[in-house]
Design a protein around this ligand. Structure first.
Ligand code: ADP
Ligand code: MG
Length: 245
């Protein structure tokens, strides 16, 4: 489904991911973890095709327009004046295309998704007026209408209250049951252990990739922390790699 083959991604010649290889199987439910700055968001953006690798490649069996991607909340512009329902309808974009209209069935799919995430009655609220938990529910509703086979989530539960987290985790499980492939960047090791079968532990290089119980071990986590502590001393430019686009 997603094959990462000796992937190196650099920003201004500083590698954020170095020689990463592994496979996300079709229908798998995976967590991506690692210290701050370990390349987690860079990995998701690379799978999405948003960054040009300095070396290696990512191959996906899903066409890019059928991959759903939820960026980290801090990277999303929310001041844009748009109502909840229109924001959810944007999830239909790939099936509507530039010239298509929004059909009745798309509208009812959007309304069903809004109900599923518990935002009934909020259809005409401006997204800028929502709390971050409510806004994250809107983005999940958009993923629901997008109906993608491969779903990439970057810290989807960060700063979410426990009720929102539980509701959105239930959706993740539902996607998994439906056979979709889900890859989520997460911070909470207990949550990863409880809900995710596979885990990728990054520290710019790959520390471990496999069944969660085999990845979330003290030696692996210590190794990731030790690598992260060495980064400041290690900021040399890697001349063999091209800069990212
Ligand atoms: P994570 O999501 O694990 O916190 P990122 O993938 O966002 O890590 O970033 C990995 C490294 O690349 C960090 O050192 C970060 O500062 C750097 N980085 C990320 N995006 C950019 C960018 N657009 N320009 C320059 N450096 C970047
Ligand atoms: Mg990140």
């Amino acid at each position: 489904m997603v094959t990462v083959d000796n992937l190196t991604v650099s920003y201004r010649q500083h590698p954020a991911l170095h020689h990463i290889s592994g496979t996300f199987a079709a229908g798998s439910l995976s967590a991506v973890i690692g210290p701050n700055g370990s390349g987690k968001s860079t990995l998701l953006k690379s799978i999405m095709g948003l960054l040009k690798p300095a070396g290696g490649e990512v191959r996906t069996t899903t066409p890019r327009q059928h991959i759903a991607y939820l960026p980290q909340l801090t990277e999303i512009e929310r001041t844009f004046p748009m109502q909840v329902r229109d924001c959810v309808l944007l999830g239909c974009w790939s099936s509507v295309g530039v010239w298509g209209g929004i059909s009745r069935s798309m509208q009812s799919r959007a309304d069903a998704a809004i109900r599923t995430v518990g935002l009934e009655g909020f259809e005409h609220r401006a997204v800028g007026s929502l709390s971050s938990g409510q806004f994250q529910r809107v983005l999940f509703a958009r993923l629901l209408v997008q109906d993608a086979q491969l779903i990439l989530l970057d810290e989807p539960f960060n700063a979410m209250d426990s009720r929102t987290t539980a509701a959105l985790l239930a959706l993740v499980h539902q996607w998994h049951t439906q056979g979709r492939t889900v890859i989520a960047v997460l911070h909470d090791d207990a949550q990863v252990a409880a809900h995710f079968e596979q885990t990728v532990l990054l520290a710019r290089e790959l520390v471990a990739w496999g069944p969660t119980a085999q990845v979330l071990t003290d030696p692996n986590l210590q190794r990731a922390r030790a690598l992260a502590e060495a980064w400041d001393d290690n900021a040399e430019i890697c001349h063999t790699d091209e800069a990212a686009v």
